[in-house]
Ligand binder design. Structure first.
Ligand code: IMP
Length: 505
C-alpha cells in the first residue's frame, strides 16, 4: 500500500507521551484562496462568539480595562483579573461596558472651587488640559464650565479658583449623539473638547479634537446585543467570591471565568453550579483542566466553555513544583474532543509565544487561545514602561502565583480556602518582557500571521480547520530534535532575529 503523508491528530497523540506545541508540525495543504479570505471567527463559549480567537489572561500585569477595551474593539476579548477589591474589579468591567469608541466616558473633572494649580497638576500628570468643571466636582455632575489651556496659560495666581477663569460659553452635544455627529459639532465649534450632556445638563462624556484624528473604525468589535463591548472577568472558586460574581454581573460582565490552577474540585463545581443557577444568562468558563475526566466533570457542572492548561505558562513553575500538569498540545487535543461532543468550546490557555503556537492550539481543536505573555508588554497592559541597563524598553510581567502577585492577593487561584494562605509555595515567577507597542499595531500582525498559517494548511477558516481535524485530512508529524534544529535558523555565523515573536532565552 502506498504510504500516506503524516498522521492524524489521533495517531500523533501516543498514549503515555504528552507533547508540547514544538514537538510536532502540521503538513501543508492546497491553497486556492487568498489569506485575507481566511475566517478567524469562533465560538468562545456556548453563546459568545468572537471575530478573532484571542483572549487575554486574567493577570494583574495583563488585563485591566485598557487591554479589555482595545482587544474587544479589535475582535477578541479580555478577562479582567481579580487581584483587587470587588468594587475595583466591577469598576473595570463597567468601564469596558460603558466604553464608546471616541467618547471619553470617565473624563477627569474638577469642581468650581478647585484652583488653577490643580489644573496644572492634571496637565502635568495626564498630559492634557481642557477639563470640564461640574457643580459638585463629580464626573457625572452638572456641567458649569470648562477650563482650557488658554484660560490658565498666563494666569499668575495659581491659587485662583477655576470658577473665575473657566469658559462658560459652552458648546455641548446631547447624550446619544453618534460619533459622527459629535465630530461634526467639534469641527464647527473649533473647540478642543466637546462635552456631552444629558437633559438635566449632567456630564455624560467628552469628545476630544485630538482623538478625532486618530479614531479608527473597528468593524470586528466584539459586542453584545446592546452594542456594548464584551468583557470577561475572573473569580476564585471560594464561596466568599459569590458577592464578587454578583457585582460583576451587576456591572454587565459577559463571561465569568472561574479561575483555579486545578479546576477539577468540588469547590469549583459548586461555584459553577451556583453561578449557572443564579445567573443563567451569564456564560461561565470553567478551568483549568487538562484531562478528559476533568473536562467532563466541569461540563456536567454546567460550564459553557473550558480553559485548558496546567503548567505551560511562560511564567509558570507549577509542573516542576507540584509534579502535576500536562504537556499543552496533548491537553488541548484531549479536552477539545470532550468539549466538542458536548458543544462546549475550549480555550487553550498558556504556553503560546509565537503565532505558530496559536495555530497549533487551534489545529488541535481549541476554539480560542488565551495569552498572557503575548499581550504583556503592550501599551494596553497595566504598568509603566521602564528601561534596562542597555536601554531596552520593558514592562513587568508576573505569574499570579509568583510571590509578588500572591502577596497582592493572587493566591486565591492556588488555595481553595482563605486560611490556607499562611505558607506560600510559589508556582510562578516575576520578570519583564520587551515593549510590543500598541494593540492597534500588534493585533493586525498576529491576525495576518495566523491567516497565512491557515492558508498554508489549506483551510479557509477555523470551522474548516476543525472539520479537517475530525475527518483526518489535516495531517501532522512529530518533530525529532534534529527536525526542530533543521526547522530553526542554523549554520549562520551570526544573524538578527526577526522571527514571529520569538523570545530570546
Ligand atoms: P503565558 O501566555 O504562557 O504567559 O501563560 C499565561 C497563563 O499562565 C495564564 O492564563 C494562567 O493560566 C497561567 N498562570 C498565570 N500565572 C501563573 C503562575 O504564577 N503560575 C502558573 N501559571 C500561571
Amino acid at each position: 500500500m502506498e504510504a500516506r503523508d503524516g498522521v492524524s491528530a489521533r495517531d500523533l497523540m501516543q498514549p503515555g507521551r504528552g507533547i508540547a506545541y514544538d514537538d510536532f508540525i502540521i503538513l501543508p495543504g492546497h491553497i486556492d484562496f487568498h489569506y485575507q479570505d481566511v475566517d478567524l471567527s469562533t465560538q468562545l463559549t456556548r453563546r459568545v462568539r468572537l471575530q478573532l480567537p484571542f483572549v487575554s489572561s486574567p493577570m494583574d500585569t495583563v488585563t485591566e480595562h485598557k487591554m479589555a477595551i482595545k482587544l474587544a474593539l479589535l475582535g477578541g476579548m479580555g478577562v479582567i483579573h481579580y487581584n483587587n477589591a470587588i468594587e475595583e474589579q466591577a469598576d473595570e468591567v463597567r468601564r469596558v461596558k460603558r466604553y464608546e469608541n471616541g467618547f471619553i466616558t470617565a473624563p477627569v473633572v474638577l469642581g468650581p472651587g478647585a484652583t488653577v494649580e490643580d489644573v496644572f497638576a492634571i496637565k502635568e500628570r495626564y498630559g492634557f488640559s481642557g477639563i470640564p468643571i461640574t457643580e459638585d466636582g463629580r464626573p457625572d455632575g452638572r456641567l458649569v464650565g470648562i477650563v482650557t489651556n488658554r484660560d490658565i496659560e498666563f494666569e499668575p495666581d495659581r491659587g485662583r479658583p477655576v470658577s473665575e477663569v473657566m469658559t462658560t460659553d459652552l458648546v455641548t452635544g446631547p447624550a446619544g449623539i453618534t460619533l459622527q455627529e459629535a465630530n461634526d459639532l467639534l469641527r464647527r465649534s473649533k473647540k478642543g473638547k466637546l462635552p456631552i450632556i444629558d437633559a438635566e445638563g449632567r456630564l455624560v462624556s467628552l469628545v476630544s479634537r485630538r482623538d478625532l484624528l486618530k479614531n479608527r473604525d473597528y468593524p470586528l468589535a466584539s459586542k453584545d446585543e446592546r452594542k456594548q463591548l464584551r468583557v470577561g472577568a475572573a473569580v476564585s472558586t471560594r464561596d466568599e467570591d459569590r458577592p464578587r460574581v454578583e457585582a460583576l454581573v451587576e456591572a454587565g460582565v459577559d463571561v465569568v471565568v472561574v479561575d483555579a490552577a486545578q479546576g477539577d474540585s468540588v469547590y469549583e463545581i459548586d461555584m459553577i453550579r451556583w453561578i449557572k443557577a443564579t445567573f443563567p444568562d451569564v456564560d461561565v468558563i470553567g478551568g483549568n483542566v487538562v484531562t478528559r475526566a476533568q473536562a467532563r466533570r466541569l461540563i456536567e457542572a454546567g460550564a459553557d466553555g473550558l480553559r485548558i492548561g496546567m503548567g505551560p505558562g511562560s511564567i509558570c513553575t507549577t509542573q516542576g513544583v507540584m509534579a502535576v500538569g500536562r504537556a499543552q498540545a496533548t491537553a488541548v487535543y484531549m479536552t477539545a474532543q470532550v468539549g466538542r461532543a458536548a458543544g462546549v468550546p475550549v480555550l487553550a490557555d498558556g504556553g503560546v509565544s509565537t503565532i505558530g503556537h496559536m495555530a497549533k492550539a487551534l489545529a488541535l481543536g481549541a476554539s480560542a487561545v488565551m495569552m498572557g505573555y503575548m499581550f504583556a508588554g503592550t501599551e494596553e497592559a497595566p504598568g509603566e514602561y521602564f528601561y534596562d541597563g542597555h536601554g531596552v524598553r520593558l514592562k513587568r510581567y508576573r505569574g499570579m502565583a509568583s510571590i509578588e502577585a500572591m502577596a497582592a492577593g493572587g493566591d486565591k487561584r492556588y488555595m481553595t480556602k482563605a486560611d490556607d494562605r499562611k505558607v506560600k509555595v510559589a508556582q510562578g515567577v516575576s520578570g519583564a518582557v520587551t515593549d510590543k507597542g500598541p494593540l492597534d499595531d500588534y493585533v493586525p500582525y498576529l491576525v495576518q500571521g495566523l491567516k497565512q498559517s491557515l492558508q498554508d494548511m489549506g483551510v479557509l477558516g477555523l470551522a474548516q480547520l476543525h472539520e479537517a481535524l475530525r475527518d483526518e485530512s489535516l495531517r501532522f508529524e512529530r518533530r525529532s530534535s534534529a527536525a526542530q534544529l533543521e526547522g530553526g535558523v542554523h549554520g549562520l555565523y551570526s544573524y538578527k532575529d526577526s522571527g514571529l515573536g520569538l523570545r530570546s532565552k
